[in-house]
Design a protein around this ligand. Structure first.
Ligand SMILES: N[C@@H]1[C@@H](O)[C@H](O)[C@@H](COP(=O)(O)O)O[C@@H]1O
Length: 242
């Protein structure tokens, strides 16, 4: 595990963006695993800034997002489809057929999960997976549980997750209660994982995830087993690491 700490948000975003851009420059047909949430917003902004300087292209890149809410209209401003369009996809030259986000409105969610896993397999596996971290240690929407699921599946969101994501909706009651998420098996199969965490409110969970026991109670702790994990933290999120 390679852990780097940054004293400014700009430097952290730049470092994360450079890892993504470097992956595309060395592997033009890269398969990227993408994340949503507050954390990657500045990273995507920096990727778009560099893209506009004409140094690289997404023409041959394929992307798979980690998750999507269940039963949220695709054009709802808080759907992860809308998030990805507004923060990244509408600003770059990534062909629409090469962006994949689970369909939270699928008539048969189990079938959609199978289809999503097959598409990832067919792509030849994810070269670089970008991850944020939930306050309860979730990655994607893999919530703390007695057992974790390997592939894409439907998940009931934890109370803490509903509360954490209420800031994006009018009230906590408006947050969708379920999501489709890539499983931890798929996440851990990525050739390289880039975990980015910001803020003092995540310092305790960063400590548990990176230096605590490996347990399904903290799904991110499984990342400790990954052979190629890069962790970028701001000073506040790194505050409790020994
Ligand atoms: N499903 C997403 C995760 O992929 C994200 O990493 C995490 C942290 O989000 P944030 O970066 O807003 O703290 O929670 C969300 O609910």
């Amino acid at each position: 595990m390679n852990v780097l700490t940054f004293d400014s948000d700009d430097k952290l975003n730049e470092a994360a963006a450079n890892i993504i851009i470097g992956q595309i420059q060395t592997t033009p047909r890269a398969v990227l695993g993408l994340a949503t949430g507050g954390t990657p917003v500045g990273i995507y902004k920096q990727v778009v800034r560099e893209f506009n300087r004409g140094m690289f292209s997404f023409r041959n890149v394929t992307t798979f997002n980690l998750d999507e809410y269940v039963n949220i209209p695709i054009d709802h401003p808080e759907s992860y489809h809308s998030y990805m369009n507004s923060h990244l996809f509408s600003h770059i030259d990534l062909p629409a057929a090469q962006c994949h986000i689970p369909d939270g409105n699928a008539a048969d969610p189990a079938d959609e999960c199978r289809r999503y896993d097959e598409a990832i397999e067919l792509s030849g596996q994810i070269d670089l997976q970008l991850l944020g971290l939930g306050h309860n240690g979730h990655i994607g929407f893999n919530e703390p549980a007695h057992a974790l699921i390997k592939g894409t599946h439907v998940v009931d969101l934890a109370e803490e997750t509903l509360e954490a994501n209420a800031r994006f909706f009018d009230s906590v009651d408006d947050v969708p209660k379920q999501a489709l998420t890539m499983g931890v098996g798929t996440i851990l199969k990525a050739k390289k994982i880039l975990l980015v965490v910001k803020g003092a409110d995540k310092a305790d969970i960063v400590k548990r995830a990176l230096q605590g026991p490996i347990t399904t109670d903290c799904p991110a702790s499984l990342l400790q087993t990954h052979p190629n994990l890069i962790v970028l933290l701001d000073a506040a999120a790194a505050g409790k690491l020994s």
